[in-house]
Each structure stands twice: as structure tokens, then as C-alpha cells.
Design a binder for this molecule. Structure first.
Ligand code: HEM
Length: 486
């Protein structure tokens, strides 16, 4: 027995939480048992839609500390001043599986970080890979359809997966990473994170540079053996979720060093490929890593639903000093995430504790479903006004930038999808190549059309002749003559 009274959701004490009210000892249940009705009805509404991608995940709280002042590049306060500390929250995830799917499947890992800065929240919604499969947002829904379940069988469909990839050779670099040892991290603690896209940093003088984020795990990179991963998927599908929770619970706080690559603004016009193309990495010889700070995870959520399921991240959640680049994927994402949040959590998702900025959000957004704070009270609700409401701050306008050209549906100029994928293959040891080829052969075997396999073999061959030849051999096929002759 405790001193705390069990109450209804309207706060009235509950007399009996074990027996519903019936007409007589054996009689049917009475509709006047409104507590029972409320209990059953609320239970029916316990789920919100799962994320359309990245449904399965886990999260943790922590802090970020600047170790190298970035004020020469960005005025964003969270990166200014050595020693500056900012609270943050991270959510790790897999991409394609549903909420209950196994953590140890081969998939990119989501690496979504929310910084609660003194100038509002800043989200880096990245992955554990520096590149992505496609480079234009218009292809994303089609791509994800192939990663999800077949509309008839409700099974995963390898034919659709490889059909899409073979028709989208820009995916080759990311496919090669995914099929390598890095496709199944040992734990979330043992993987790097990347912002992947190019972003713009602007300093207090209004000067801009292009930037890419790298979170380097201080636990070291470790991956899982495929057989162990398959065994764990059956025996402990929540293996990564459990690992992170337990590590933090016992005080073994994981940390990452945040580094950036910085490209002078004008280099974007002359670099040897389009630096906004998210299927490519920038050479670290050209743009070396610069240390920025350190992120440490030191606190588990108290409540999974409130803090992890209701967390909403968006690449558009930006603070002064950080702006988007013209990357065509990033531009589409600027719409997709806030829209998903409004659908999945609600129009007032940013007022929930996990999403709410640590500074006051002062604006004239009012009302809407589940408005549970004071809703601005009686304060002025429009702008401009004569009653002292919050006003705009012109110093926080974006840095102006020039645009030119003819509006049209245009592809990226660059069609070399092969050099970076081939470089990756050539960097691997013989053992790593053998495992990569075996993973690809295993994944492509169930594809029902040889035409698709041959098209994809052609791409691997163009990246590296040995790479393509070994996959063709594994599948019992020949590299298409048209590719070999080129
Ligand atoms: C989650 C769309 C590309 C990383 C999501 C969600 C949507 C989405 C709708 C679910 C959001 C929610 O329900 O709260 C898109 C679109 C893309 C794209 C339209 C391309 C145009 C990418 C890329 C990355 C990425 C390139 C990484 C570099 C993530 C992560 C999450 C996510 C980490 C999970 C966020 C969380 O933990 O809540 N994406 N995505 N996505 N996406 Fe993307």
C-alpha cells in the first residue's frame, strides 16, 4: 500500500481497479462504469504512427563541449568559445525496419542529434555513413518503397531493392558501404556519425563557408560478424537498444569527437565534383578534419515514449550561423521532417518537453490540437503591434546569396558514380573484400531477373574490374560484354 491515491484521468479517486461495475453478481457490465470506458478507450489510443522510416531506435541525453572555438567560421553560439557546453539528445535508429524490428539488421544507422542551444534548438539529422543512396529528394519515396515490404506478399523484396539501385547508379558508393563490414555496427556506441550533407556556416561578419560534420566514436569502430548478427536478431532483437541503455546506466558514458571539414565558399565553383552531391565524400587531403568538440552521453531517458518516440528532429531546425546548402536532397528534407512531425506527433510537437527549446519560444503561433502550455496567455498575438510583443532581429537574417540560371528539372552535372565506390573497394583488405563480395552475392541471389543482376554487376565492374568480376562469379554470371569493352 502507498499513500498515493489512484485516480481517473480527471483526478477523481478510483474505488476499484480490479472489478468492473456489473448489474448484479453475474450481470453484464454497466455503461455507467465510465472509468472502465476511459481506461479501455485510452488504451486503444496508446500508439502514434511509427516513423515512416527510422521507426526502430533508442535515445540518450548528454552534453556537447567545444574544444576548439569555431567563431572564425560560424556565429552559432554552440560552436563559439572553447569550453562552451550545450545539452543535447541523440536518437540512434535503423532505417527500413518497423518499430519492433531487429537492431542487428544490415542497414544504415540513423544518428540524429538535437542541441538545446541558447539560441534555440539545432538538429543534425545524420547517419553513420558519410554519403547517401540518392541525391535528389524526388527519388526518396520510390527508394524507400523498395526498402519496405512488397504490397502483395508483405515480405522484403530483394528484386525491387536491386532493380532500383541498378537503375540509380549514384547509389553505388553507399551500397558498397552498406554491404561492407560497416553495414552492421557492433553497437551504436561503436559507430561514427555524419551530417552527410554539406551545410553553410556563416560568421559574425556575414562570411560563409561550406561545412561537413563528422562525429568520431571514441569507443573505436567495431562491427558485427554476420552470423552473430543473424543469431542476435533472433535471440535479442533489441541488442543495440539494450547495450546503450546498460552502458549509460553503469556509468560507462560513450563519447564522440565532433570534427568538421571546411570548404571556402568560392571552392564550390571549381571543385572537381559538385560538393553538394550527397553521394560523394570530400577528400580529407583537400579539406582536412578540424576538431570542434566532444559529445558525451550520460543520461538515459526516464520514459521511452515521451522522450524517444515523441522526439522530432529536422534538418531545418537551424540556429543563426548555420544554413542549408543547395544540396537537392537536403532541400527536400527541409520540408519532409517538420511535415512528418506535424502528422506523427501534432502541430504543437515543439511544445513537448523533449522538443521544447531551453530558451523561451516567443512567437504568435497559437492554438491547435493538444495545446497544453499557456498558449501565450493574454499577451499580444499578432505582429507588428503596439503592445511590446516579440520583434524580429535583422542581424539574424540569412546571409544573402546569389542565384542564377533557368528554372528546370535538372540532373546533377556529374555522372562519375564509380571512382569513389572503386576507391573504397581498393582500400579494403583481402578479407574485407571477400566479406563484401559474399554479402552482395548473398543479397543479390534472390533477385528474380538476371537483367537486374547484370545491370548491377556492370556498375560494380565500372567501379573496379575485380569487384564486378568477383560478384559476377559469385552469382554464376558473366560481366556484360558491353561494360568490359569500355
Ligand atoms: C527520419 C524523410 C534522407 C536521416 C525520417 C523521417 C522522414 C524522413 C519523413 C521520419 C521523421 C519523423 O517521423 O519524425 C527523408 C527524406 C529524405 C531523407 C524525404 C530525402 C530527401 C535522409 C538522409 C539522412 C536521413 C540523407 C541522413 C544523412 C534520417 C534520420 C531519421 C530520419 C536519422 C530519424 C530521425 C529520428 O531519430 O527521429 N526521414 N529522409 N534521412 N531520417 Fe530521413
Amino acid at each position: 500500500m502507498t499513500d498515493r491515491k489512484l485516480t481517473t484521468s480527471w483526478g477523481a479517486p478510483v474505488g476499484d481497479n480490479q472489478n468492473s461495475i456489473t448489474a448484479g453478481h453475474r450481470g453484464p457490465t454497466l455503461i455507467q462504469d465510465v472509468y472502465l470506458l476511459e481506461k479501455l478507450a485510452h488504451f486503444n489510443r496508446e500508439r502514434v504512427p511509427e516513423r515512416v522510416v527510422h521507426a526502430k531506435g533508442g535515445g540518450a541525453h548528454g552534453f556537447f563541449e567545444v574544444t576548439n572555438d569555431m567563431s572564425q567560421y560560424t556565429k552559432a553560439k554552440l560552436f563559439n568559445g572553447t569550453g562552451t557546453k550545450t545539452d543535447m539528445f541523440i536518437r540512434f535508429s535503423t532505417v527500413a525496419g518497423e518499430l519492433g524490428s531487429a537492431d542487428t539488421l544490415r542497414d544504415p544507422r540513423g544518428f540524429a542529434v538535437k542541441f538545446y542551444t541558447e539560441e534555440g534548438n539545432y538538429d543534425i539529422v545524420g547517419n553513420n555513413t558519410p554519403v547517401f543512396f540518392i541525391r535528389d529528394a524526388i527519388k526518396f519515396p520510390d527508394f524507400i518503397h523498395t526498402q519496405k515490404r512488397d504490397p502483395q506478399t508483405h515480405l522484403k523484396n530483394p528484386t525491387a531493392v536491386w532493380d532500383f539501385w541498378s537503375h540509380s547508379p549514384e547509389s553505388l558508393h553507399q551500397v558498397s558501404i552498406l554491404m561492407s563490414d560497416r553495414g552492421i555496427p557492433a553497437t551504436w556506441r561503436h559507430t561514427h556519425g555524419f551530417g552527410s550533407h554539406t551545410f553553410k556556416w556563416v560568421n559574425a561578419e556575414g562570411q560563409a563557408v561550406w561545412v561537413k560534420y563528422h562525429f568520431k566514436t571514441e569507443q573505436g569502430v567495431k562491427n558485427l560478424d554476420v552470423d552473430l548478427a543473424a543469431q542476435l536478431a533472433g535471440e535479442n532483437p533489441d541488442y543495440h537498444t539494450e547495450d546503450l541503455f546498460n552502458a549509460i546506466e553503469k556509468g560507462d558514458f560513450p563519447s564522440w569527437k565532433l570534427c568538421v571539414q571546411i570548404m571556402p565558399e568560392e571552392d564550390a565553383n571549381t571543385y572537381r565534383f559538385d560538393p553538394f552531391d550527397v553521394t560523394k565524400v570530400w577528400s580529407q587531403k583537400d579539406y582536412p578534419l578540424i576538431e570542434v568538440g566532444r559529445m558525451t552521453l550520460n543520461r538515459n531517458p526516464e520514459n521511452y515514449f515521451a522522450e524517444v518516440e515523441q522526439a522530432t528532429f529536422s534538418p531545418g531546425t537551424l540556429v543563426p550561423g548555420i544554413e542549408p546548402s543547395p544540396d537537392k536532397m537536403l532541400q527536400g528534407r527541409l520540408f519532409a521532417y517538420a511535415d512528418a512531425a506535424r502528422y506523427r506527433v501534432g502541430a504543437n510537437h515543439n511544445t513537448l518537453p523533449i522538443n521544447r527549446p531551453k530558451v523561451e519560444a516567443a512567437n504568435n503561433f497559437r492554438d491547435g490540437a493538444m495545446r497544453h502550455d499557456a498558449n501565450g496567455g493574454k499577451s499580444v498575438y499578432y505582429e507588428p503591434n503596439s503592445f511590446g510583443g516579440p520583434t524580429e532581429t535583422p542581424e539574424n537574417k540569412i546571409a544573402p546569396f546569389a542565384v542564377s540560371g533557368v528554372a528546370d528539372s535538372v540532373a546533377y552535372d556529374e555522372h562519375d558514380h564509380y571512382t569513389q565506390a572503386g576507391d573504397l573497394y581498393r582500400l579494403l583488405s583481402e578479407d574485407e573484400r571477400t566479406r563484401l563480395v559474399a554479402n552482395i552475392v548473398g543479397a543479390m541471389k534472390p533477385v528474380t531477373l538476371d537483367e537486374i543482376k547484370l545491370r548491377q554487376i556492370g556498375h560494380f565492374y565500372k567501379a573496379d574490374a575485380e569487384y564486378g568480376t568477383r560478384i559476377a562469379e559469385g552469382l554464376g554470371l558473366e560481366v556484360p560484354a558491353a561494360v568490359v569493352q569500355k
